[in-house]
Design a protein around this ligand. Structure first.
Ligand code: 6V0
Length: 330
C-alpha cells in the first residue's frame, strides 16, 4: 500500500445548502414568522417584502441586530419583490386591515385582488418556491393563489387549521392535566367558523379521547365539555384580537413549524389547507385535513376515519368555503 493510499482524508462535515425563506407582508404576522424562523434556525436567508418599504427595512434591521443570538442567518427587507428572488419557500401574510365601515366580504375581495396581483410576480422571481398562504380567509386565499400561480397544487397550500389544532390541543391539555405533546387531535375543515375537531380519532397518551377516563376521575371529556372546547377554539382568535388587535405569536410558531416540515423534508402530518381531490368524496376546494408535508410541499392527504357526523361537518365546511370562493368568481 502506498503512503498516499494509506492516508485517510479527514471527514469534512457536509453542510446543508442555504435555505432562503421569503415573507410577503412585514406586519404583525410576517415579522413574527421571521422572528420564529430565526429563533428555530429554520432558514439562513430571510427576506421580507412589503409595500411599506420603511417597515420591511426596519423589521429586517431590528431582526438583524439579534443575529448574534440565533443560529447564523441574514435578513433583508424591501418594497422590491426582487428581494424574494430564488426563495425556497415563500410565506404570504400580506393583507389589508379591515377599514371602518368595511365588511369582511369587502375585505376578502380586496385581499383576493391582492393575491391575483402579487402571486404571478412571486412565481417569476422564485420559480421553484413552495408557497404557504397565511392571509385570511386562508382557504379561499389559498385557492385564489393556486389559480393565479399556475403551479401544481402540491406547491401552494395554506396554514389552514394548524393553528386551530394547536389551540385545541392546548385547551385539551389544560382541561385534562396532560402535556400538550401527549394530546393528539386535529381540527379539520375551514380555518373559521365551520371548522370541526375530529374527536373520534383523537387520543391522549394512546387512550382514545372519547374513552379518556380522566386523571383520578377529573378532566373527563363528555359531550358538553367537548362542545365548549370546540367553541373556545373558534372564539379564541376573537378574544386575542379584542385584547391586542391581532394574533401573531402562535401563528408565527405554527407557520415556522410548517416551514420546517418543508425545509427538512419531514413528511410531517399537519392539517394544512390544500386542494382536495376526492377526499372522502370532497373535491375542488382548499380545506384542511391531516396531510403529509415535505420538501415538495403538500403530499398525501390522510384519510382519517370519521363518524357520519364528522363527515357531514366536513362537507358543510367545504360548502361554506366553496360558496365564498364562488362569490369571488373563483
Ligand atoms: P398587518 O399587521 O396589517 O400586516 C399586513 C402587511 O401586509 C402590512 O405591513 C401591509 O403593508 C402589507 N401589505 C399590504 N398590501 C401589500 C402588498 N400589495 N404587497 C406587500 N405587502 C402588502 O396584518 P397582520 O400581520 O396582523 O395579518 C396578516 C394576515 O394574516 C391577515 O389576513 C390575518 O387575518 C392573517 N392571519 C392568519 C392566521 C391564520 O391562522 N391563517 C392567523 C393570524 C392572522
Amino acid at each position: 500500500m502506498t503512503e498516499a493510499a494509506a492516508t485517510t482524508t479527514p471527514e469534512v462535515p457536509t453542510r446543508r445548502r442555504t435555505t432562503n425563506v421569503g415573507i410577503v407582508g412585514a406586519g404583525a404576522v410576517g415579522a413574527t414568522i421571521a422572528y420564529a424562523t430565526l429563533m428555530r434556525g429554520a432558514a439562513q436567508q430571510v427576506a421580507l417584502f412589503d409595500v411599506n418599504g420603511a417597515k420591511a427595512r426596519a423589521e429586517a434591521l431590528d431582526l438583524s441586530h439579534g443575529i448574534q443570538f440565533v443560529p447564523m442567518a441574514h435578513v433583508e427587507g424591501s418594497d422590491d419583490v426582487a428581494v424574494l428572488s430564488d426563495s425556497d419557500v415563500i410565506i404570504f401574510t400580506a393583507g389589508a386591515k379591515q377599514k371602518p365601515g368595511q365588511s369582511r366580504l369587502e375585505l376578502a375581495e380586496t385581499t383576493i385582488a391582492l393575491v391575483r396581483q402579487i402571486v404571478p410576480r412571486l412565481v417569476e422571481v422564485a420559480p421553484d418556491a413552495v408557497h404557504i398562504l397565511v392571509t385570511n380567509p386562508v382557504d379561499v386565499v389559498t385557492y385564489a393563489a393556486l389559480k393565479a400561480s399556475g403551479l401544481p397544487s402540491s406547491r401552494v397550500f395554506g396554514s389552514g387549521t394548524v393553528l386551530d389544532s394547536s389551540r385545541l390541543r392546548f385547551l385539551l391539555a389544560e382541561h385534562t392535566g396532560v402535556a400538550v405533546q401527549n394530546v393528539h387531535a386535529y381540527v379539520a375543515g375551514e380555518h373559521g367558523d365551520s371548522e370541526l375537531p375530529l374527536w373520534s380519532s383523537a387520543s391522549i397518551a394512546s387512550v382514545p379521547l372519547l374513552d379518556w377516563p380522566g386523571l383520578d376521575g377529573t378532566g373527563l371529556l363528555d359531550a358538553e365539555v367537548r362542545d365548549r372546547i370546540a367553541r373556545d377554539v373558534v372564539e379564541s382568535a376573537y378574544r386575542v384580537i379584542e385584547g391586542k388587535g391581532a394574533t401573531n405569536y402562535a401563528i408565527g410558531l405554527a407557520a415556522s413549524r410548517i416551514l420546517e416540515a418543508v425545509v427538512y423534508d419531514e413528511r410531517r402530518v399537519l392539517p394544512v389547507s390544500s386542494l382536495l381531490e376526492n377526499y372522502h368524496g370532497i373535491s375542488d376546494v382548499c380545506l384542511s385535513v391531516p396531510s403529509l408535508v415535505h420538501a415538495d410541499g403538500v403530499g398525501d392527504r390522510i384519510e382519517v376515519p370519521m363518524t357520519d357526523a364528522e363527515l357531514d361537518g366536513l362537507r358543510r365546511s367545504a360548502e361554506a368555503v366553496r360558496a365564498t370562493a364562488q362569490r369571488f368568481g373563483l
